[in-house]
Write a protein that binds this ligand. Structure first.
Ligand code: FAD
Length: 243
């Protein structure tokens, strides 16, 4: 298994060691995609999820005979194991369905990392500025990481187009931090929904999702665990006073 995981070298050089900024959420995650026509057909194009207390597997077919999958397990030890393939076999080797084949296929290029968020007081220093996961990773629990990264780049470019770099960086951070913070809060709440810690919580979650079509459940109960919405592309009026 070759491993890819988060790199924070530039951030470390300019802002300091990652321990100051990374909030570990209590899980390790592995993700990979591979080609296997038979397995791809068995999985099917709908997203399939297998949840056991404190561990979860998700997978779906992609493209011609391919599939994508990810494994999530809870562990208090934030350090990554020396042998991630063995760690996955240890955690998931007792499961049936397509899991033995997925574990077999996980010997290739695999993303393996802690599920974590990045929280920083300052996203810029002098003329160095961070965008996306580097300054505000929300984690896979929250989703939206890719759109926040792209939105951040767009907002940064928009603000830089206005002239003074220092002020532009301050406005960029002021616009992007609130949605990033809200999404991180949501991500932390969502851990128990994605990988519940007990069987009864799994049953409860599954019933909630089944009942999600009912208005009361959707607006009163699920609203608190759904991702935040908002539009950061609208430029606040007070920002203009800075330029
Ligand atoms: C398992 C998993 C599932 C996810 N699912 C979703 C999802 O469904 N929806 C969603 O929106 N988000 C999801 N995310 C989060 C999403 O992938 C990230 O938030 C997003 O990719 C962040 O984009 P980025 O450009 O900031 O960082 P990255 O995508 O990590 O890009 C940074 C790039 O910089 C490169 N790099 C690093 N250091 C250097 C250097 N010194 N020199 C040159 N290059 C360098 C890296 O190799 C990398 O290619 C998921 C994440 C994981 C781990």
């Amino acid at each position: 298994m070759s491993i890819r995981h988060r790199a924070g070298r530039v951030r470390e050089l300019a802002f300091g060691s990652e321990e100051q900024f990374v909030r570990y959420l209590g899980y390790h995650v592995a993700a990979f995609s591979a080609q296997d026509v038979g397995l791809s057909r068995r999985i099917g194009e709908r997203y399939q999820m297998l949840t056991m207390p404190n561990r979860m597997i998700g997978c779906y077919a992609v493209g011609e005979g391919g599939f994508a999958s990810f494994f999530l397990y809870r562990t208090d030890d934030w350090r990554l194991p020396d042998d991630p393939a063995a760690a996955l076999r240890d955690r998931f080797g007792d499961l049936g369905w397509v899991v033995p084949e997925l574990l077999e296929a996980s010997s290739g290029d695999v993303y393996f990392d802690q599920a974590a968020q990045v929280e920083m007081d300052n996203w810029h220093r002098d003329r160095i500025v961070l965008v996306g996961d580097a300054c505000g990773a929300v984690s896979l629990f929250a989703g939206h990481g890719a759109s926040l990264a792209m939105t951040g780049a767009y907002v940064l470019a928009e603000e830089l187009a206005d002239g003074n770099v220092e002020e532009a960086l301050a406005r960029y951070q002021a616009r992007m931090r609130p949605p990033v913070t809200r999404t991180q809060e949501f991500g932390r709440r969502f851990t128990e929904w994605m990988a519940p810690s007990s069987r009864w919580r799994i049953v409860l979650r599954d019933w909630m999702f089944r009942l999600a079509g009912l208005p009361f459940v959707r607006t009163r109960i699920l609203a608190s665990v759904l991702p935040p919405t908002g539009n950061v592309l609208d430029r606040p009026q007070q920002d203009r006073a800075l330029s």
